[in-house]
Design a protein. Structure first.
Length: 129
């Protein structure tokens, strides 16, 4: 399936999806040293997002989360790409300064954790089987 959305940051990558329908906070919710979600009670608690296509509706929490994404990029623990359904300036800014391909879709994609996803941040589309 291929869905078009809004391109946020360019780049075309393919990788394994990690999917949640819960918003993610990067400040205090993700360990920037490991790329593991540490927010207690979150659906992805204990899951590594390093090198994955992270699919989630939007960010939540502090604007400092932008810099956590940047720190993750510098540490080599950032997601490979991100797909959201709502524009969140913290996540969008984090993707841009961290050079993480990102697309905003109008509806949540029917992709599951573990599936291979192609994201084209230049043209604004996402594809999976």
């Amino acid at each position: 399936m291929k869905i078009y959305g809004r391109a946020i940051f360019g780049g075309c990558v393919e990788g394994e999806a990690v999917v949640t329908d819960e918003p993610i906070t990067f400040l205090g919710g993700v360990d920037p040293r490991t790329g593991i979600v540490v927010e207690r009670g979150h659906e992805l608690e204990g899951v590594e997002i390093k090198g994955k296509v992270l699919v989630f509706p939007k960010g939540k929490g502090s604007t400092v989360g932008t810099y956590v994404l940047y720190q993750m990029r510098k540490n080599g623990t950032a997601p490979l790409a991100m797909i959201n359904t709502e524009v969140d300036l913290m996540v969008v800014t984090g993707a841009i300064i961290s050079e993480i391909p990102m697309v905003i879709l109008k509806e949540f994609p029917d992709v599951r954790t573990g599936e291979r996803v192609i994201i084209n941040g230049d043209e604004g589309w996402v594809e999976w089987e």
